[in-house]
Design a binder for this molecule. Sequence first.
Ligand code: SAH
Length: 224
Amino acid sequence: MHFHVITLFPEICQAYTDASVLGRAQKTEKGKGAKSRGKKIAVDYYNPRDFTKDKHKRVDDRPYGGGPGMVMQAEPVLKAWQKAVGLKRNQPKVKTLIMSPRGKQFTNELAKKYAKQYDHLVLISGRYEGIDARVKKALIAEEVSVGDYVLTGGELPALSIIDATARQVPGVLGTYESLEDERTTTGETYTRPDTITFKGKQYRVPKVFLSGDHKEIEARRAQK
Ligand code: SAH
């Protein structure tokens, strides 16, 4: 699956997508037999500033009709989109999402759907008061929100969506982690050591977790 992120701050996002599970999923791993893995995902970044004709590289302007703040201009974003997926003619498997606090709520169900149905996911991050509404029309894009709160930019929402979607792409998680994902909830978990001391008080791992009785452990984990 190929993710394309349109953002004024690619460097913030790339540090995240290059690390850990997402970083590994973008690499080919050499190994013996089943252990050798191909690239599972690709992540590319496009900065609207690289697509503006303005000599000061401005990509925002005042809103028509007045109102507070500035609005991201449509053209640099549209050009960035064209660079990303514009040449993929007749590609039904391209989905374009605009990050917006007024959008449809993003869920794990949507992550599964994106991973299954699309080859290219374009994520457009807003800044300032948002993006010129013609971007949504021209790209037949969908607005998505990551929650009922307002952030200063669409970078964290875009990263959340990439992260949740990538882990639904087969092979991105290890077998063990994938199995974990099939459970409704992981519940309480503990790791070594079995006793820790904090502010003079001891905290022990509940006995059941040390018992080796998997049925009992599952039952305990199922508790809220
Ligand atoms: N007054 C604007 C707020 C813009 S916030 C409005 O009502 O739309 C600036 C940018 O941050 C938005 O363009 C969007 O891309 C991003 N953003 C902020 N909160 C978000 C959320 N909950 N979900 C998705 N994107 C969000």
